[in-house]
Structure formats: structure tokens, C-alpha cells
Ligand binder design. Structure first.
Ligand code: AMP
Length: 136
């Protein structure tokens, strides 16, 4: 099922385009946390981090790397967050892989990965690291 981002790439829905190359497309988020909040997407419609092929992922990250310092300078940001959500539990709303470039300003009041009490790893750390490592 096609998403709103495919319609943006096709020009069927308007956007403020920031950048485009053969593999990727970047445009301003319609509900920005701050001025310059940009989304970078692959032109191919891969759903999320699990489905996107490595080459397409790397093309997106190349564009993120190119745009982040330019956006920072363009809006006079004090910092940049890079964000990428997968599955509704992690806040994904549009099921076409995308990376958020989010300019931040001192005292802007936004928080990132916060809002609930953090998990305290305690003695589980070694077990969890092993559960990950043994699957690689
Ligand atoms: P996520 O929650 O990571 O899936 O982010 C989806 C993002 O897409 C949100 O920040 C929305 O504001 C943004 N978005 C949804 N529709 C549009 C649109 N038509 N143009 C620009 N950004 C959009």
C-alpha cells in the first residue's frame, strides 16, 4: 500500500523540497519540532529499518550526512538530533523508511528519548549484550 511519501516523491502532494538525488529525496516535515526539521527518504518505498536494503539505507545516510551541517547553518541551530522511528511502539506513523534531521536550539524545551523513567540495567547488562552478540 502506497504512503503519503510516495505521493510526495511523485509530485502528487506538495512539499517543501530540500534536496534530491538518484536514490534519495529530502523535504521539510509538515509538523516540525523546529524550523528546518527535514525528512530524508529513499525513493524506493521500504517500510522500515528491517526491510530497507543496506545500499538504500547507506544512500539515505549519505544524504543525512550531507544535509545536517547545511541545515544547521541555514537555520542557525545550536545542535541537531537525528531520529528514525520503526513500528508504532517507537512512534512510526508513516511506513516508508525516513530519517528526521531535527535542528535544536538552546532552551527550546524539546526532549529526546525522555518523558518516562529510564530502564535501569543493573546486572542484566551482560545477559542482554550476549543476547544481541550471539545473534550477529
Ligand atoms: P514518524 O512518526 O517517524 O513516522 O514521522 C512521520 C513524519 O512525517 C511526521 O513528523 C509528520 O509530521 C511527517 N509528515 C506526514 N505527512 C507529511 C507530509 N505530507 N509532508 C511532510 N511531512 C509529513
Amino acid at each position: 500500500m502506497s504512503t503519503v511519501f510516495e505521493k510526495i516523491i511523485a509530485g502528487e502532494i506538495p512539499c517543501y523540497k530540500v534536496y534530491e538525488d538518484d536514490e534519495t529525496f529530502a523535504f521539510l516535515d509538515a509538523d516540525p519540532i523546529n524550523p528546518g526539521h527535514t525528512l530524508v527518504i529513499p525513493k524506493e518505498p521500504h517500510k522500515d529499518i528491517y526491510e530497507i536494503p543496506e545500499a538504500s539505507f547507506l544512500a539515505v545516510m549519505r544524504t543525512v550526512h550531507k544535509l545536517a551541517p547545511v541545515i544547521r547553518e541555514a537555520v542557525g541551530a545550536d545542535g541537531i538530533n537525528i531520529g528514525q522511528n520503526n513500528e508504532p511502539a517507537a512512534g512510526q506513523e508513516v511506513f516508508h523508511f525516513h530519517v528526521h534531521i531535527m535542528p535544536r536550539f538552546e532552551g527550546d524545551g524539546h526532549t529526546h528519548w525522555q518523558g518516562a523513567e529510564n530502564y535501569h540495567e543493573g546486572e542484566d547488562g551482560e545477559k542482554i549484550a550476549n543476547q544481541i552478540a550471539e545473534r550477529l
